[in-house]
Design a protein around this ligand. Structure first.
Ligand code: ADP
Ligand code: MG
Length: 634
């Protein structure tokens, strides 16, 4: 072995230590995936070299065929992987193999429960990668040299996967990376040609470059050991270039894990070749689970971009809108230039038309999933529903399509699960119903019992219950679906249109007339607190309710704006009362103006509480209520 210089021992980052520990203990039932992960990295490294060499052909250093070699030594109990890709410098090795360069790792660690079964799912979500080597090895040696650096600038990284790793500068003649796994005792089954071949066929057949194993050549007695002959064991062609009909589901699934750096199978995919004015192939995947960093700004998003089969960039964001940032996959274009940059992508009109076509593909794929696999779609919605709700605001052109994919809780369910689509809602709407009714609020428990729903319950009309933080904002972009407009049941002067019979309407008018005196008295008593007082059509059981003015901000939007430090215009609610309620009758008959005032303020405050709002003067409420209680008990 060559001389090692500048030898150092460095500690892993705390998170790496935790991750390593967890991985080793939770992935024991699926050990063989270590090979898939290391091959996936080697393939990425070759992609990167191929791309960088476009501008700097010298990097190819004479241009040997790009490939991955896997070998083993039964006696030494080692498995070795070697690639001639981009390689790593000393700094690269320290950062990439000693620190998790993924934002949000600390957050991720907080989610770990200590329960290994649960955590092993989480680890899948995080991606296992290089450290999976330690599932089978108790020592890992990495020898690498970055393409373009001198042979003397190789690096040797070595670790037992415990708390630290060693790093030294070594001589390395060939560019690229060699990883030597010293198998744990009991894991020597992996130092075997057949075993390795099967694992490669199973997980890495889709890798576009040759993966070679030594050919088993029988030694002839009395002769020297024959020179190693190598043989390619995978198919070695880019998966997306093959015809759809020839690709097995398992191949699509393994390819997904490679491009998405995911551990689990995807939920669905769509593979298309477009010919004509624009020529490109796309292979788009919907993941099963949301990545842990879905809501982080710096989170990885976008597709892997190839130009005529040469890898050009990871996370090309310009091909899909932000609300589809969870989609993973590959685009391979024949029309772009190989030296295309992110900046060019942002401006290129070709990209715009690809973006709208790809967006449509994704939405179609989701529609199909919703239609054919409703249970899976439920899972999809749980993971990605919140992000999909950003859609109508971002993507005006596809608003109707996106709206069709949204799912809500409703008064028809009883557990608050978001499972009702707008098409389902309309399909079972009451005869004559030409509106889509909804109510927003902070929690399901709160809206489920809202007095605003009383009349809807009585008439058997379904109301969508929207309690995600983003919902009120979403509804400001959704005005209609399938020609039917949305109506916030807590807003304005509720008009049930055809759902109220002529007699109902007439009777309501008469009641309103007979209560004009009470309305005036209430207006005087409540004064500045209200914008208006009127007889309600909304109530059957509660005495009073607060409605929001047609143009006013709802409670949720108000809270969001206030939380972000913005000044929110003060809007006053509309006080509606239920003339048939005994408390209102009592109020109507109240002779004392002081009592009338107290009672109406109590009703007002109670209505605010029922809507989930906080009281402006809680002490006054308590004082008034106690006064009444005292009077009651004497
Ligand atoms: P990921 O592949 O998701 O980035 P990994 O843990 O698998 O995460 O790998 C970490 C990093 O280590 C890679 O991003 C890469 O920078 C570096 N790396 C790993 N293997 C190789 C290799 N064979 N050649 C060059 N770099 C590598
Ligand atoms: Mg990897």
């Amino acid at each position: 072995m060559s001389v090692e210089t500048q030898k150092e021992t460095l500690g892993f980052q705390t998170e790496v230590k935790q991750l390593l520990h967890l991985m080793i203990h939770s992935l024991y039932s699926n050990k063989e995936i270590f090979l898939r992960e290391l091959i996936s990295n080697a393939s990425d490294a070759v992609d990167k070299l191929r791309f960088e060499a476009l501008a700097k052909p010298d990097l190819l250093e004479g241009g040997a065929e790009l490939k991955i070699r896997v070998s083993f030594d039964k006696d030494a109990k080692t498995v070795t992987l070697e690639d001639n890709g981009i390689g790593m410098s000393r700094e690269d090795a320290v950062t990439h193999l000693g620190t998790i360069a993924k934002s949000g790792t600390a957050d991720f660690m907080k989610h770990l429960s200590g329960d290994q079964k649960k955590d092993s799912h989480l680890i899948g979500q995080f991606g296992v990668g290089f450290y999976s080597a330690f599932i089978v090895a108790d020592k890992v040696d990495v020898f690498s040299r970055r393409a373009g650096l001198a042979a003397s600038e190789g690096v040797h990284w070595s670790s037992k996967g415990e708390g630290e790793f060693e790093i030294a500068t070594v001589e390395k003649a060939d560019r690229g990376t060699r990883i030597v796994l010293h198998l744990k005792s009991g894991e020597d089954e992996f130092a075997d040609g057949w075993r390795l071949r099967n694992i490669i066929k199973k997980y890495s057949d889709h890798i576009a470059l040759p993966i070679e194993l030594p050919k088993e050549v029988a030694a002839v007695e009395g002769e020297d050991k024959p020179a190693v002959e190598w043989e390619t064991v995978n198919r070695a062609s880019a998966l997306w270039t093959r015809p759809r009909t020839e690709i097995k589901d398992e191949e699509y699934q393994e390819f997904y894990k490679h491009v998405a750096h995911d551990f689990e199978n995807p939920l669905s995919w769509s593979h298309n070749k477009v010919e004509g004015k624009l020529e490109y192939t796309s292979l788009l995947y919907v993941p099963t689970r949301a990545p842990f960093d879905l809501y982080q700004r710096e989170a990885s998003k976008g597709l892997k971009l190839y130009v005529q089969r040469v890898f050009v960039m990871d996370q090309a964001e310009s091909f899909l809108p932000l609300y589809l940032r969870f989609i993973k996959g590959v685009v391979d274009s024949n029309d772009l230039s190989l030296n295309v940059s992110r900046e060019i992508l942002q401006k290129d009109p070709i990209i715009d038309s690809m973006k709208s076509a790809l967006t449509k593909r994704v939405l179609d794929m989701l529609e199909k999933l919703a239609k054919n696999e409703p249970e899976q779609y439920k899972g999809f919605w749980k993971n990605f529903g919140q992000v999909m709700k950003e859609g109508p605001a971002e993507d005006f052109a596809n608003k109707e399509k996106i709206a069709g994919l949204l799912r809500f809780a409703s008064t028809q369910g009883d557990d608050g699960e978001q499972v009702v689509g707008l098409a389902d809602y309309l399909a079972r709407a009451k005869e004559g119903q030409d509106k889509i009714y909804y109510l927003t609020g902070e929690t399901y428990a709160q809206v489920k019992n809202s007095p605003h729903l009383e009349v809807f319950r009585k008439k058997g009309i379904e109301v969508l219950l929207l309690t995600d933080r983003i919902d009120e904002w979403l509804m400001s972009y959704l005005t209609d679906f399938d020609g039917k407009s949305f109506v916030d049941v807590a807003r304005g002067d509720l008009d049930l249109g055809n759902l109220d019979s002529e007699e109902d309407k007439k009777a309501a008018e008469e009641v309103a007339k007979s209560k004009e005196g009470l309305v005036e008295r209430l207006k005087t008593a409540l004064g500045d607190s209200v914008a208006e007082v009127r007889v309600s059509h909304r109530l059957t059981d509660s005495p009073a309710i607060l409605a929001i003015g047609e143009q006013d901000l709802g409670l949720q939007m108000r809270q969001i704006l206030e939380a972000s430090g913005q000044k929110v215009p003060d809007s006053k609610p509309i006080f509606e009362f239920n003339p048939a309620h005994p408390l209102i009758e009592k109020l109507d008959n109240e002779q004392s103006d002081e009592r009338f005032g107290d009672l109406s303020h109590i009703l007002f405050d109670q209505a605010a509480l029922a809507a989930g709002d906080s009281l402006k003067d809680p002490a006054a409420y308590v004082r008034r209520l106690n006064k009444l209680l005292v009077e009651l008990s004497v």
